[in-house]
Design a binder for this molecule. Sequence first.
Ligand code: DX5
Ligand code: ZN
Length: 214
Amino acid sequence: MIKIAPSILTADLSRLAEEIRRVSSADWIHVDVMDGVFVPNLSFGLPVLGAARRCTEQFLDVHLMITKPERYIDAFARAGADLLCVHLEADGPDGIARALARMEACGVKKGVALRPITKAEAILPYLEQLDLVLVMTVEPGFGGQAFLEGQLETIRQVRALIDRVNPACRLEVDGGITPLTARRAVAAGADTLVAGSAVYGAADPAQAIQALRG
Ligand code: DX5
Ligand code: ZN
């Protein structure tokens, strides 16, 4: 089953509750946290996640684009994340392992994300314990960029590793997802689709979600 996860990065944050209600036909809500160091942009953090949590009981899929994320796992779990996803490039292997151990201790689902430059095999040391692998299909940092075609091959490779090692793990794609690129990403093995502009840029978000499912 394909899951659709609208990203509130592109929502009107002055009306967060209403913007979250507009995508109630989606499966998850995707929350993009940026620290201005790991990526050249700042978005929002704990207070906005907490506000989203108070607006909805939907599953909150939190994408941490922050350096040394282990420092903040407990706080994001407390603020209401259902799943936390850390970038493999955001710390060394020991730091990533500690971040995943904190997620386990906090009882949140565990994900790792790959920048376009990172090879699929980089997930292998962690894959057995993961609930989600996120393959970025743009450089992280900004909504509204064009889908990187070259990432279809990474999606295929990650799908093969997941099928071999941990078939229950979800494969999420994030960046430049439209009905057209969604179809190609799903054909390559994705099962969870993040969409910012394609949902919140549309006049009718519910219809946009339906178009992504098709
Ligand atoms: C980019 C973020 C994405 C972003 C996607 O760094 O991780 O989640 O919101 O936006 P679109 O769908 O517009 O590419
Ligand atoms: Zn994201």
